[in-house]
Design a protein around this ligand. Structure first.
Ligand code: FES
Ligand SMILES: [Fe+2]
Length: 411
């Protein structure tokens, strides 16, 4: 469990909150590049960390992200005209460029110095990995773009989807590192069989966030460990086939944009794979056309099929991993009340996540540089390996990191 105060601290990301300030020190995904595909295309509404914004691409093809509210009298820039390297508010014609400069102010008398003084809030953008990203922190502290492997491979090697989850970002992140639910919620294989539930859990703090390990005794005297990366502030990278990653990006305190990535570091994803994954497994939730809202969502109880659940064919009666995760995480409320939980050994990773995030916030408040701002640190990889029973996961991970960084240093 967590005190009410700590729960507030970890979950709130609006302007001026400690977690919000910390998160704004990192690059944050905004839209898919093809949502603002062409120069001067229509702008797109975006909400990030409680801030209502508008993304657009200017005449030179540069992406921009500005406040949705016009600084004149707060009309929505979404309705603006995207023309000649700027977005023009259609109420009185004020026009702003991607840097937030007012480049035209036709409603005022010639020579008025209002144009020089007025600005619109604007965030620097960067395009990588099929997404537009923004940096929403203090300009002088902008870090280099993190070297997340999936953002660096050719488009053909990567498949990214996104969907809105109607709950706080931390519920999603915690769900991503909650490994004991797999055998229940997703596979339903556990029942009362304890052997399919992992028996060992460990979290190792790192330069970029942490490595979470889940150990299963697979044969006498040997533990099979899977390690998942948490990269600050909301990334998960995990070893599966193909490789995968998630990002839980706060829209506001009660809604999250979940990005799901599948990729191969060295080859394109096959048509067959995409067909199988998307269409038949339902791993990637299908959204209502033209939206980020899943078809199976809170308003329809995720179209739960009680007959299927009763038959035992499906543990939950909900179709697809993504729907099961969303359904159950949203059922905890928009912001889970962690002060009334009862945590067990299987929640070790969850407890550690909170400790690490709280420590990061404390260090941040003390003026220390947030973890993971060195772009190279994101090159660490998620792995699976066997260790003799009793051998330290922490030691193995430290050696692996040394290996990874060693190769980086050798370049
Ligand atoms: S409100 Fe935008 S120009 Fe007046
Ligand atoms: Fe899950």
């Amino acid at each position: 469990m967590l005190s009410h105060e700590d729960n507030e601290l970890l979950t709130r990301t609006n302007v001026g909150t400690p977690m919000g300030d910390l998160m704004r020190r990192y690059w944050i995904p905004v839209v898919f590049t093809d949502q603002i595909a062409k120069p001067d295309c229509p702008p797109v509404r975006v909400q990030l960390l409680g801030e209502k914004l508008v993304a657009f691409r200017d005449t030179k093809g540069r992406p921009g992200l500005i406040d949705e509210r016009c600084p004149h009298r707060t009309a929505s820039m979404f309705f603006g005209r995207n023309e000649e390297c700027g977005l023009r508010c259609v109420y009185h014609g004020w026009k702003f460029d991607i840097h937030g400069e007012c480049v035209d102010l036709p409603s005022e008398p010639e020579g008025s110095n209002l144009q020089r003084k007025v600005r619109i809030k604007a965030y620097p953008c960067h395009e990588q990995g099929g997404l537009v990203w923004a940096y929403m922190g203090p300009a002088e502290l902008k870090p280099e773009f993190p070297e997340l492997e999936w953002t660096m491979v050719p488009d053909s090697h990567r498949y990214v989807t996104r969907r809105i989850q109607e709950c706080n970002w931390l519920q999603g992140l915690e769900g991503g590192f909650d490994t004991s639910h797999l055998a229940f919620l997703h596979r339903g294989t556990a029942g009362t069989n304890r052997r399919v539930v992992p028996s060992q859990y460990a979290v190792v703090p790192t330069e970029f966030g942490f490595m979470a390990g889940t150990g299963r005794v697979q044969k006498e005297g040997e533990v099979n460990w899977a390690s998942n990366l948490m990269c600050m502030p909301f990334h998960k990278v995990f070893a599966t086939s193909p490789e995968a990653a998630h990002m839980w990006v706060p829209i506001d305190d009660e809604n999250t944009m979940l990005y799901s990535v599948d990729y191969w570091p060295d080859r394109p994803l096959s048509e067959e794979y995409l067909e199988r994954t998307i269409t038949h497994h339902g791993i990637h939730t299908e959204n209502l056309p033209g939206t980020d809202i899943p078809i199976h969502n809170k308003s329809n109880d995720y179209n739960i099929d009680r007959d299927l659940q009763a038959s035992g064919e499906s543990y939950t009666g909900m179709e697809g991993l993504g729907v099961q995760d969303a359904g159950i995480q949203e059922s905890m409320g928009p912001i889970a009340d962690r002060s009334i939980e009862h945590l067990g050994v299987s929640d070790t990773a969850i407890i550690q996540i909170r400790k690490l995030l709280l420590q990061s916030l404390k260090d941040f408040a003390d003026g220390k540089t947030p973890p993971g701002l060195d772009p190279v640190s994101y090159r660490a990889r998620s792995t699976r390996f066997d260790l003799p029973e009793g051998a330290s996961f922490e030691e193995a991970i430290k050696e692996q990191l040394k290996r990874d960084y060693g190769s980086v240093a050798a370049e």
